[in-house]
Design a protein around this ligand. Structure first.
Ligand code: SAM
Length: 240
């Protein structure tokens, strides 16, 4: 929820409308229980519920913290995929801590976003990211960007470390992350292809721009699994 100012310990914080209704009727939160509230921008409030009804939830703030965004930030570039495979990736990647997600219209993407879908699809991914942020009690909301084309992905190499997840990649993801300088604060971008994979032209363009191809084990993972699996590996290696 939005806060006009961060509450102090002892303040009463409230939830209203749909959020309160969900908390009370679905999560069945009752007076005396402790809950977390946040603004999606790092604020994390631990509060004890004092009153709950489907339209209003009141709680007393017990602990208030502003959590910094961990560095390096982790970002997912997800190739559009058919069914809900790309959406599954967005959900799991958000739970695993990405700060941002980019939909990518890859050459082999069977799913295509026209102008209308570009707006609607992005809004749907944003809703999925928001729900996943709340479900995993993450202090930072993952931002869903506008659809990228290949040039847009390549441009990220200017100020991000871009890793292309590629089953034929020359270096293991683990080896690449272990060799990374601890002082390197550039966000890490993971590029995941659609079900048909990343085309040779795309790989070449991204590598020429400065991206690195990395492999994750010796099995082929679905597009919905590859990003989250890589994120789990990276967060473990970074000690998060
Ligand atoms: N035949 C396709 C290929 O060879 O790239 C398989 C595509 S796979 C279903 C979808 C995406 O998941 C790939 O483009 C890649 O980004 C990622 N991926 C799947 N398995 C991987 C692995 N073992 N290592 C790295 N990336 C992988």
């Amino acid at each position: 929820r939005e806060f006009s100012a961060a509450p102090a310990v002892g303040d009463t914080v409230t939830l209203e409308g749909a959020e309160a209704k969900h908390a009370v009727t679905v999560n069945r939160i009752r007076p005396g229980e402790e809950i977390f509230l946040g603004d999606g921008a790092g604020l994390r409030v631990l509060a004890r519920v004092t009153q709950s009804s489907p339209g209003l939830l009141e709680a007393e703030a017990i602990e208030v913290r502003q959590v910094p965004l961990p560095t390096p930030e982790l970002i997912l570039v997800q190739g559009l995929a058919k069914g809900d495979r790309d959406e599954m990736a967005v959900q799991a990647a958000t739970e695993l801590g990405v700060s941002a997600v980019y939909p990518w219209a890859a050459e082999r993407s069977i799913s295509r976003w026209d102008a209308q879908k570009r707006v609607k699809g992005r809004a749907r991914w944003a809703t999925i990211a928001r729900e996943a942020t709340k479900q995993s009690i993450r202090p930072h909301l993952a931002h869903v960007h506008d659809l990228l084309d290949l040039a847009g992905v390549a441009a990220l190499t200017a100020d991000h470390e871009v890793l292309i997840l590629d089953p034929t990649g020359p270096v293991a993801l683990t080896a690449h992350v272990r060799a990374r300088a601890a002082s390197d604060e550039r966000p890490i971008v993971l590029v995941v292809g659609p079900e048909g994979g990343i085309s040779p032209r795309e790989l070449e363009t991204l590598e020429r721009a400065g991206a690195h191809r990395v492999v994750l084990g010796d099995t082929i993972l679905r597009t919905s699994t590859a990003g989250p699996a890589a994120l789990s590996v990276i967060t473990a290696l970074l000690g998060r």
